[in-house]
Design a protein around this ligand. Structure first.
Ligand code: B12
Length: 219
């Protein structure tokens, strides 16, 4: 039995309990957790994303699939632990104002919390002011912003401009991501990193842990 296929089909079908069950069984059969994430959970949600684009599924089906994905992530998360912990760094993460998409953000959060990282999740629809307040209060090492809509990606620029105005930009490393984001946009708005693949992102942070911890830019 191909558990990657079973898991991705459970996600496509919006079946949360099946997704959990197959993820558990795959782990029991020693399927590598990272492959379960990539070839099972993410393959499923990406298929639904494509279908939605082609108008082959409707919003309620997409929501069922995101629920199934979150159920699977919950089971998988403890198995995604990585070695090389070197002391906590603090990350503030959120989806920008006007944007309710959080699947990608939650995958990233699930991976980050497998390291010795404190993640403060501001959720979705986060206004510029709320990002700023969180940064002033939490003093994180890293800010991560997600946007899935071409109409909301500009919010990232507004956050960065406001950070600069208040003298908060320099001590912060900024990652941005989401469907419409490209490196050219990152450069334009003055963010530090755009890394699309969540496993690559996790590994990058793990490998540069001490530099991030000291709030130093690693570029
Ligand atoms: C799921 C979904 C929804 C769900 C969201 C549920 C939820 N809880 O997130 C619902 C149904 C609510 C929804 C609503 C809408 N959606 Co929608 N949605 C999608 C869909 C199908 C999938 C997105 C997704 O979850 N992908 C899977 C995840 C894993 O991928 P991801 O989010 O891109 O994240 C990955 C990377 O981008 C990266 N990443 C993400 N964030 C970050 C952050 C950082 C810091 C880093 C480093 C990396 C990173 O890592 C992730 C893992 O690989 C996309 C289609 C698509 N192809 O993307 C449309 C899509 C994004 N939606 C779209 C639209 C238009 C809407 C709506 C306006 C309604 C509509 N008419 O369809 C509303 C807007 C609501 C709002 N105000 O936000 C459009 C956007 C078009 C555009 N040009 O802006 C898309 C592209 C579909 C389309 N082609 O029409 N949507």
């Amino acid at each position: 039995m191909d558990y990657y296929k079973l898991i991705s089909e459970a996600i496509i079908g919006g079946e949360a309990s099946e997704t959990m069950q197959y993820t558990k069984e795959a782990l029991g059969l020693k399927y590598p957790p990272e492959n379960i994430l990539k070839n099972g959970l993410m393959a499923g949600i990406n298929t639904i994303a494509e279908k939605f684009k082609d108008e082959a599924v409707l919003i309620p089906e997409v929501l069922m699939s995101t629920r199934a994905l979150h159920a699977g992530l919950k089971v998988l998360q403890p198995y995604l632990e990585v070695k090389g912990k070197k002391g906590a760094i603090k990350i503030v993460i959120g989806t920008v104002y006007g944007d309710l998409h959080d699947v990608g953000k939650n995958i990233i959060k699930a991976l980050l919390t497998t390291m010795n990282v404190e993640v403060i999740d501001l959720g979705i629809d986060v206004s510029v002011e709320n990002f700023i307040q969180a940064i002033e209060k939490e003093k994180p090492d890293i800010l991560m912003m997600s946007s899935l809509l071409t109409t909301t990606m500009n919010q990232m620029q507004l956050v960065i401009e406001e950070l600069k105005k208040r003298g908060l930009r320099e001590d912060l490393t900024i990652f941005i991501g989401g469907g419409p984001i490209r490196d050219i946009f990152r450069k334009k708005i003055g963010a530090d990193y755009y890394i699309e693949d969540p496993l690559e992102l996790r590994d990058y942070i793990r490998d540069n842990f001490s530099k991030f911890k000291k709030n130093k830019k690693v570029k």
